[in-house]
Design a protein around this ligand. Structure first.
Ligand SMILES: Nc1nc2c(ncn2[C@@H]2O[C@H](COP(=O)(O)O[C@H]3[C@@H](O)[C@H](n4cnc5c(=O)[nH]c(N)nc54)O[C@@H]3COP(=O)(O)O)[C@@H](O)[C@H]2O)c(=O)[nH]1
Length: 725
């Protein structure tokens, strides 16, 4: 190699820089000019001391050193050079010929040794050899450094990837996997080496994973992407979701199969892939989809999912000429419990109800929460009505046992309407609507039962809708009327009180009675508005009569269970009474035993508050319900109203007569006032009078009448009988 060439090899920008060191100035000059004439960049040092100074400030590729120099000899310069510029080589040019000196110089790192006096040719050839060798070593070192840097860079890129990067051999065994797998799944890359990738697949996805890898058409340009579950390492074996992209390695792009060694080096790699953790996205998607199709409180399918399943079930049933049943369930008394105990308890109750209902069903049935306290149930394969009846009975029975909500024991019932495909409708909407109609018929007939839909019901339901619309209008337009039926002293025929009874002056149908619209008012929650209007009117009418001289005249009003069970019942009632300036002592509220027994504790409290404010309490229809002495004794009750059925039994002389005797005797014993309802004949009146019943009410004295008629009646000292005995 020519010196110029060698010089260029040494350093791409500059020629080789040589330091010439000798204590003989002449020799230094001669040597320097010889080297310069050969193209080297030469620096001259007069002795060892001078050389060390130059070494501290300039960079050299090679030093030509004399050994024997005063003060600082060649060995000391070599030591200094090794310390300051270890990459700089040195050649010793010395008159020393002893083996010891030569060997010592070579041991200290000299690359060659030239004896003085030297042959210029030989010297130049030695320098050229050393410089060439140095240059090769330097180039190798540079390549080594570049390789290390490049490997570190790629390792960093691969291991810092947010994805798992892997390589598999032809059989699907890992031959490389980056360290990301440890942070995501807990496996150390080394432990997976040579293991089949099946080892980390979730059992449910093994077939999918293996098929994807062996698919015929995948390539680097057409990689296979699939979502798959991978198992985490350890005892919990939880799974995470990954999106895997994999393809076979083109041998032309990866030529290191045979010459790389080590388990994680990619040796024998045939597939390359990345696995991106998409667990959070999948969980979010799953939650959003669950939320869209489920009720979050009960975790039951919602209306949309129910309809979807019903649609599908109808298609199957149609194809197989089979029956299916749709049930509409509405909880009885839920609203009262919810209003009384609060929504948190209401929610707990709905969850507990769901749990019990669910326990009665088979796999394949769909129970859904339709909204509020309404549920729908799809029984996709039934053979007969009997099957549906059995399930309905089971559902009703399972809710019979009390529910424990905190310290409260509550009872709910369920009214169930059933529509059977195809007879009760052949479309989804029809079946749901008809099950709903059938459910309303259960409600109207006393709740806590089930009924199948029949055609006659839908006619009723149309009427019902018209009636509901009319009732709303009636409340707006003030079509309700309050009639009063006198409560008369059995001994003197004097009017002691008036029972307010609602009537509806229907613009087309004439005067309607409570039996025509009261149930509907309760179902549609219009009852509160209705009661408000009746109470206001009655307080105004009777208040007027009280102020005009009938100070003791009592006003008896009927209250619906919905009102009494409302948490603000006492406040609402008193607000209306006070607004009309009606004296509370003249007011008597009539409630039935059922209302009291539904929630003895709460109702007792409310009745006590009212009694403390002077309001009287009467038990209506007494004798038809529990007739429990226990509550009569504990509650602030003033009056018992004997149900008309017992009074009417007096006429027929039936066994029920003795019930009237017992009730009157009981009322006397408990020092309660007693009003006998439904007195229609003088015989009945006579009988009751003899029993010691103080007050009577009934057609014998006349039906309920409008306020104008009552005004006239009140001007008479006593009420004349309307019917002759
Ligand atoms: N929440 C509210 N309920 C009300 C209101 N107004 C009435 N009602 C409830 O409707 C029930 C039926 O009332 P009505 O059709 O008015 O019947 C009353 C009388 O007309 C009837 N009666 C009276 N005397 C006789 C009789 O001699 N024979 C006979 N067959 N019937 C008679 O009885 C009803 C009064 O009964 P009671 O209330 O038990 O005293 C009615 O029972 C109320 O529950 C209202 O504004 N709000």
């Amino acid at each position: 190699m020519a010196p110029e060439q060698t010089n260029r090899l040494f350093s791409q920008e500059a020629t080789a820089r040589i330091l010439v060191v000798d204590d003989e100035p002449r020799l230094v000059t001669a040597l320097a000019s010889l080297l310069r004439s050969s193209g080297y960049d030469v620096t001259e040092a007069q002795g060892g001391k001078h050389a060390c100074k130059l070494i501290d400030t300039l960079r050299f590729d090679l030093a030509l050193l004399d050994l024997r120099m005063p003060e600082v000899d060649g060995f000391a310069v070599m030591a200094h050079l090794a310390n300051q510029q270890p990459e700089c080589g040195s050649i010793v040019i010395s008159g020393e010929s002893s083996f010891t000196a030569v060997s010592r110089a070579l041991r200290r790192g000299a690359l060659d040794y030239v004896r003085k006096p030297f042959d210029p040719e030989e010297l130049l050839s030695t320098i050229e050899g050393v410089v060439g060798k140095q240059s090769l070593l330097k180039a190798h070192e540079d390549i080594q450094v570049r390789l290390e840097k490049s490997e570190a860079l790629h390792r960093y890129i691969v291991n810092s990837s947010p994805d798992i990067v892997f390589m598999l051999d032809a059989d699907g065994r890992f031959c490389f996997v980056n360290s990301k797998i440890e942070s995501l799944l807990g496996y150390k890359p080394a432990e997976l080496c040579a293991r089949h990738f099946r080892h980390i697949l979730d059992d449910r996805d093994v077939a999918k994973g293996i098929y994807a890898l062996n698919a015929p058409d995948i390539s680097a340009d057409n990689p296979r992407t699939l979502e798959i579950r991978l198992k985490t390492r350890g005892s919990r074996r939880a799974t995470r979701h990954f999106e895997i992209t994999a393809f076979p390695i083109d041998p032309q792009t990866w030529t290191h199969n045979s010459n790389t060694r080590g388990g994680g080096s990619g040796q024998n790699a045939r597939y390359y892939g990345t696995a991106r953790d998409v667990t959070e996205r999948k969980e979010a998607e799953a939650f959003i989809s669950f939320q869209a199709y489920h009720d979050l409180l009960t975790r039951l399918p919602n209306r949309a999912l129910f309809k979807d399943r019903l649609e599908l079930a109808i298609t199957h049933a149609r194809r197989g000429s089979q029956k299916l049943a749709v049930m509409f369930l509405d909880l009885d008394r839920f609203k009262i419990i919810n209003d009384t105990l609060g929504h948190a308890m209401g929610d707990r109750l709905l969850q507990a109800v769901t749990h019990r209902l669910d326990g009665c069903l088979r796999k394949g049935d769909t129970l859904s929460r339709f909204g509020g306290d309404e549920f729908t149930l799809l029984l996709p394969s039934i053979h007969s009505h009997e099957d549906a009846s059995q399930i309905a009975s089971k559902l009703i029975k399972t809710l019979k046992a009390p529910f424990l909500l905190g310290e409260h024991e509550v009872f709910v019932g369920v009214s169930i309407g059933i529509a059977i495909y195809p007879e009760a409708g052949d479309s989804m909407d029809q079946l749901i609507q008809n099950a709903d109609i059938a459910m309303y018929h259960v409600k109207a007939k006393g709740k806590d039962s089930y009924r199948f839909f029949s055609e006659s019901m839908s006619i009723d339901s149309t009427n019902r809708l018209n009636l509901e619309r009319d009732l709303r209008l009636a409340l707006e337009k003030g079509e309700l009327r309050v009639f009063y039926q006198p409560q008369v002293c059995a001994q003197t025929n004097r009017i002691l009180g008036l029972e307010a009874l609602v009537r509806w002056q229907h613009p087309e149908r004439g005067l309607l009675y409570p039996r025509d619209f009261l149930d509907l008012a309760e179902e549609t929650k219009l009852i509160s508005q209705l009661s408000e209007q009746v109470l206001d009117q009655a307080c105004r009418d009777v208040g007027q009569w009280i102020r005009s001289g009938h100070q003791d005249l009592r006003l008896a009003v009927n209250l619906s269970p919905v009102e009494v069970e409302h948490p603000r019942f006492v406040e609402t009632l008193m607000e209306r009474v006070n607004a009309t300036q009606f004296p509370p002592g003249n007011l008597e509220i009539e409630i039935t035993e059922n209302v009291i027994m539904n929630d003895l504790e709460q109702i007792s409290q409310k009745l006590r508050e009212l009694a403390d404010l002077g309001v009287r309490i009467a038990i209506d229809d007494f004798g038809t319900g529990y007739s429990s002495l226990n509550y009569l004794h504990r509650l602030p009750i003033h009056t018992l109203k004997v149900d008309q059925s017992f009074v009417q039994a007096i006429r027929s002389g039936a066994d029920d007569t003795c019930i009237v005797n017992a009730i009157v005797a009981m009322a006397h014993g408990l020092k309660l006032e007693i009003v006998a309802e439904g007195v229609e004949t003088g015989k009945q009146l006579e009988y009751l009078r003899n029993l010691g019943c103080q007050q009577v009410q009934g057609f014998f004295y006349g039906p309920a009448q409008p306020a104008s008629d009552i005004s006239k009646l009140l001007t008479q000292a006593t009420v004349r009988t309307a019917v002759s005995s």
